[in-house]
Write a protein that binds this ligand. Sequence first.
Ligand code: SF4
Length: 349
Amino acid sequence: MNFDQAPLLVIWETTQACDLSCVHCRASAMPERNPGELTTGDALRLLDQIQRFGTSPLMVFTGGDPLKRLDLFPLLRRSAELGLRTNVSPSATPLLTNEAVRRFQECGVARMAISLDGPDAASHDEFRGVPGTFDRAMAALEEARRIGLETQIQTTVTRRNMHRLPEIAERVAEVGGKMWSLFFLIVTGRAMCADDLTAEEYEQVFDTLYRVSKTMPFDVKTTEGMHYRRFVAQRIKEEHAKREDNQKVMWRTAGVSDGKGFVFVSHTGEIYPSGFLPVSAGNVRTDNLVSVYRNSSLFLLLRDMDMREGKCGLCEYHNICGGSRARAFAVTGNYLAEDPRCSYQPAGV
Ligand code: SF4
């Protein structure tokens, strides 16, 4: 894909309302909806704009908890009717009933994403701040499996759970998840510095993921962990290995980063390069998403690899990685700075 013209993924934060209180919540979600959220009419216009990219990007309805929106199901249906591959990422609360899971499928949702931050109720519920969340997540995954709705499991990687990732991987396999999507902490929202991994810990986690990707029957994907692609490229080189099936997702997303192949629309319509990089290039209420993505100075700058600073500007892997712009911004205030959690020393440094 030409990421200068269209993103691979569009993420819409349908609402920041959520009945959980997760320790790492990017959105600092709270139970009540914000009256400034996009209306149903705004959302329908947004979906039309996304279709005009002409490439059917993956359309992700996220939150907060999308189920807090009363118009969620008609909007999901419209998205699917427009030919967008539609994913939804509900929170595991009492709103996520078996009927809701079945309605996702009826509306044409291609995949449901559910979070698992620990391999058991004690560890996961501690993360999510509400007892019973693990059991609800597992019940929803079980129902999806029963009716044949594809699922993906999402895990936010922090100091608290980095040593339990192999056990979480076992759960992903048990519930038949098609993909394990790992989010690497950006210190924003409720996330705390103490939970952030060091550059060396990233390498340890990447080693675990690489081993998982070779043995487990699901795909592994990282968000804000772009340097996992560099890690895999290094390993393949060392091992003289072929690109195995389980790594095909990684190669499909090679080069995707904040603002490049990726665009995030906030609950109030702000257009961000990523949900973890809250620098706005416009608002879908007044600006055209397609033209902001293609032509805004912010998105053009983020896609220009020659503008990367520090190690990321000199790195031979910058075309498949490029570092997390969100992490650079969160840690240094400069979204063009090198990724501060990468231990790799490029040849030119
Ligand atoms: S130095 Fe930057 S571009 Fe190179 S691997 Fe690390 S994060 Fe990626």
